[in-house]
Ligand binder design. Structure first.
Ligand SMILES: *Cc1c(COP(=O)(O)O)cnc(C)c1O
Length: 446
């Protein structure tokens, strides 16, 4: 995906631009995670200096309503006082021990208490580690090598899961990026999302070799693509039939779409689940968990090795526990209301000026695709007008709303979005839609 070159950016951000230049001297691409570089939308990434509730401030002193919320890590917005107090209290007692702590027990109990399918949980440092470890465990338990994943699903930068090539028909995995050896994805089978027949065909052909099928509970890394009704349950049934483990990645959905995540809402009990983002309360924490008989195959009780120097870090467990305690029914109701408010207003604004789009939603997770067609898989997601999104993104940014800097990401609400913040979003949408309509009109006339 290349940066749109014909965009003009509504205003200058000299301090962010200078910082980006400095960063590029010492850090590849100037960023520590690629999407932050704004390559999908063009322009200068904003260097953020502070956040408070629903707002973030950039190095040039501009303020934005934040609809990224650290990619979902912040359920309660920025600098939530209870979360900060918990971290402060923890930091005074030391930042890491490399020995067991009470905080780890409490956070694990909170997760087990919320997610019916989780009897035991292991804490790790990132979502990548969580899915990597879950797959190792699945292979260790089943003694089988192969993994089935869906095109367009992201599970962190785990080598075996960076395969998502293959449009339409089922394909054997091919590495998506340089540095992933063919051998590392040779046992990865990639199928299109929402296509149960393709999954069944993969199991019929490779069933005896399949250790697990891994899916995002709701794919949200190609934009939001909800599973069709019954799809998740059908995946669980296929896995059971073939003796493979059903691994559901709830790194985004876990504790965000509901108290126990998406599978709890759907009434599906996977064998293994992964969590991250929201469960760390804004600090680096993630986890994988499942039935005791499976999880107990991990070291030290079992033969599957898994470890981490900073796993269960006291600051992260304190932040995560504080964030989960605040995540009550009232919060989920507010997240749903905020999501409806923004999604409906975005759709109305774009409809009013005739811009083809689709809002796709699963609980409070949603994204806006610039296409007229329903998006059910990666191929359909890829057909949207990414240039229209880039224009819309910059028009919103200029009006004080920070959307995800890519058309293939979910918009994240937080409990901190108050009436004033929502009003700012509502105020920005019609003009941004108008700018987008003009740009796509020009595009058509060229
Ligand atoms: C973000 C994400 C990951 C990776 O988590 P990191 O903490 O960035 O390593 C894994 N799975 C899903 C669904 C994600 O959205």
């Amino acid at each position: 995906m290349s940066a749109p070159t014909t965009l003009h950016y509504p205003y200058e951000v000299p301090r962010s631009a200078a910082l980006f230049e400095r960063a590029r001297e010492v850090t590849p691409g100037g960023v520590n995670s690629p999407v932050r570089a704004f390559q999908a939308v063009g322009g200068t990434p904003r260097f953020l200096t502070a956040g408070a509730g629903p707002l973030v401030t950039d190095a040039d002193g501009r303020e934005y309503v934040d609809l990224v919320n650290s990619w979902g890590a912040l359920l309660h917005g920025h600098a939530e006082p209870t979360v900060l107090a918990a971290v402060r209290e923890a930091v005074e007692r030391g930042t890491t021990f490399g020995a067991p702590t009470t905080g780890e027990v409490r956070l694990a109990e909170a997760i087990v208490g919320r997610v019916p399918a989780v009897e035991r949980v292991r804490l790790v440092g990132s979502g990548t580690e969580a899915t990597m470890s879950a797959i190792r465990l699945a292979r260790g338990v089943t003694g089988r090598p192969a993994v089935v994943k869906f095109a367009g699903c992201y599970h962190g930068h785990v080598d075996a899961l960076l395969a998502s090539a293959g449009s339409g028909a089922m394909t054997l995995g091919l590495p998506e990026g340089a540095g992933v050896a063919a051998a590392q994805v040779a046992d990865t089978i990639v199928v299109p999302f929402n296509d149960i027949e393709a999954v069944r065909a993969a199991f019929e052909r490779h069933g005896e070799r399949i250790a697990c099928l891994v899916t995002e509970a709701v794919p949200a890394n190609m934009g939001v693509v909800p599973p069709r009704p019954g799809f998740t349950a059908a995946l669980a049934a296929l896995c059971r039939e073939y003796g493979a483990l059903f691994v559901v990645d709830e790194v985004i959905t876990g504790f965000r779409v509901g108290p126990g995540g998406w599978c709890e809402l759907e009434g599906v009990e996977p064998d293994l689940l992964t969590f991250g983002k929201a469960m760390g309360g804004g600090l680096p924490a993630a986890a994988f968990g499942g039935r005791a008989e499976l999880m107990d195959r991990l070291a030290p009780d079992g033969p599957v090795y898994q470890a981490g120097t900073l796993s269960g870090n006291p600051l992260a467990t304190a932040a995560g526990l504080a964030a989960l305690r605040l995540a009550d029914d009232d919060l989920y109701a507010r997240l749903d209301t905020a999501a409806s408010s923004i999604a409906d207003a975005a759709s109305a604004a774009l409809s009013a000026v005739g811009v083809a789009h689709r809002v796709q939603r699963a609980g409070n997770l949603f994204s806006v695709f610039f296409t007229g067609d329903e998006v059910t898989d990666r191929a359909a997601a890829g057909a949207q007008d990414t240039r229209a999104y880039a224009v819309f993104f910059h028009a919103m940014l200029a009006r004080g709303v920070y959307l995800p800097p890519s058309a293939f990401e979910a918009w994240f609400v937080s409990g901190a979005l108050d009436d004033a913040a929502l009003a700012r979003v509502h105020a920005a949408l019609p003009a941004a839609a108008e700018v987008t309509a003009e740009a796509t009109q020009e595009g058509r006339e060229e």
